[in-house]
Design a protein around this ligand. Structure first.
Ligand code: ACO
Length: 271
C-alpha cells in the first residue's frame, strides 16, 4: 500500500497510518486528502488490519489544512476547491465516524484547526503531554469551518469550545485529557508504546462485536429511544449471524461451564 503523503505499516494486527509530510508539519494538502481517502478505503478490506492508529510523521500530528495548497492555490478554482473540500470533510467526518474498525488518534505534536476533526472522528485519542492543540482559524480572521465546528460541538463542553475557538489559545495534551478531548495523555517518550498497547488490546477482541459496539453507540446518538431499541435488537441478530452464534455458544457457554469469568478476562484471549 503505497501513497505519496501517507504511510501505512501493519504490525500485530494494528495499522499505523501516518500523515507523511513532516517537512510541512503534516498539513493536509489536496494530495493528502486523496491519499487518506484511498488508504481508508484500502484498509477497510485488509483483514490483518483490525485497529487503525492515525498519527503524524516527525514532530507534528497535523498542522491543519494546507493553507497554501488548499486555500491559497485553489482560490477561484471552484470545482477543484469543492472536490477537495468534500473529500476533506468526508474522510475525517463520515468515513472515520462509521469506519468498520476501531480507530485511535495518536497525537504526537502540533494539532491545529482541521486536525481537530481527525481527533474527533477517531473513536479514541491518546495524546502526548507535550502536544499542542489550537484552533488557529481566528488568528487568520476566520472561524472553525468545514467539519471542525461540528467536531467541537460533538465532543467539547460549550465553554471550552468557544473559549478556544474565539481566542486561538493553545492547550497541551494534559489539558486535552482534562477536557475529555482525548482519552489520556502520556509523556511523548511513552506515547507510541502506550497507544500501541491499547490498540493491541482492542485488536484482540472479537471484530464483529467491536463493529457492533461502534454502530450501536454512533447510530443510537442519532435515534429516538424506540428506534434505538429496535436497531440494537436487529444488530444482536446480525452479530449472531456473522459470528455463527459464537457469543452465545462459546462466549456465554464457556462461562456457564465455569471455564472463565468474562468480568475478569476476555474470551478471545482465553482461547
Ligand atoms: N499549511 C501549509 N503549510 C504549512 C502549514 C499549513 N497549515 N503548517 C506548516 N506549514 C509549513 C510551513 O509553511 C513551513 O514550510 P516551509 O519550510 O516551506 O517554509 C513548514 O511547514 C514548517 O513550518 P514552520 O512554520 O517553519 O515550523 P514551526 O515549528 O516554526 O511552526 C506551526 C509550526 C506552528 C504549525 C506553523 O507552521 C503554523 O502556524 N502553521 C499554520 C497552522 C494553522 O493555522 N493551520 C491551519 C488551521 S485552520 C484549518 O485547518 C482550516
Amino acid at each position: 500500500m503505497e501513497y505519496k503523503t501517507v504511510k501505512v505499516e501493519i504490525k500485530d494486527h494494528v495499522a499505523r497510518v501516518s500523515l507523511n509530510r513532516p517537512e510541512k508539519k503534516n498539513a493536509m494538502s489536496p494530495q493528502l486528502h486523496r491519499d487518506m481517502t484511498q488508504a481508508l478505503e484500502d484498509l477497510r478490506y485488509v483483514d490483518d488490519a483490525k485497529v487503525l492508529v492515525i498519527t503524524g510523521a516527525g514532530d507534528a500530528f497535523c498542522a491543519g489544512m494546507d493553507l497554501k495548497e488548499f486555500f491559497h492555490e485553489l482560490k477561484g478554482v471552484q470545482s477543484e476547491y469543492d472536490r477537495i473540500y468534500r473529500m476533506a470533510t468526508e474522510w475525517r467526518g463520515r468515513t472515520l465516524r462509521y469506519y468498520p474498525k476501531p480507530t485511535i488518534a495518536m497525537v504526537n505534536g502540533y494539532c491545529f484547526g482541521g486536525a481537530f476533526s481527525i481527533v474527533e472522528g477517531c473513536d479514541l485519542a491518546v495524546s502526548a503531554n507535550e502536544a499542542q492543540f489550537g484552533l488557529s482559524e481566528i488568528n487568520f480572521r476566520m472561524f472553525p469551518g468545514g467539519s471542525v465546528s461540528k467536531s467541537l460541538a460533538n465532543l467539547l463542553r460549550p465553554r471550552d469550545a468557544l473559549l478556544y475557538a474565539m481566542t486561538g489559545r493553545r492547550f497541551n495534551g494534559v489539558k486535552a485529557a482534562d477536557m475529555g478531548w482525548v482519552n489520556m495523555s502520556v509523556p511523548l517518550a511513552d506515547l507510541e508504546e502506550q497507544t500501541m498497547a491499547l490498540a493491541r488490546e482492542i485488536a484482540a477482541k472479537d471484530p464483529v462485536a467491536l463493529r457492533a459496539c461502534k454502530d450501536g453507540y454512533r447510530f443510537s446518538l442519532e435515534m429516538s429511544w424506540e428506534a434505538s431499541m429496535s436497531y440494537t435488537a436487529a444488530k444482536e441478530h446480525e452479530v449472531m449471524v456473522l459470528q455463527k452464534g459464537a457469543w452465545l455458544e462459546s462466549g456465554i457457554g464457556d462461562f456457564v461451564k465455569g471455564l472463565y469469568k468474562p468480568g475478569l478476562e476476555s474470551h478471545t484471549e482465553k482461547k
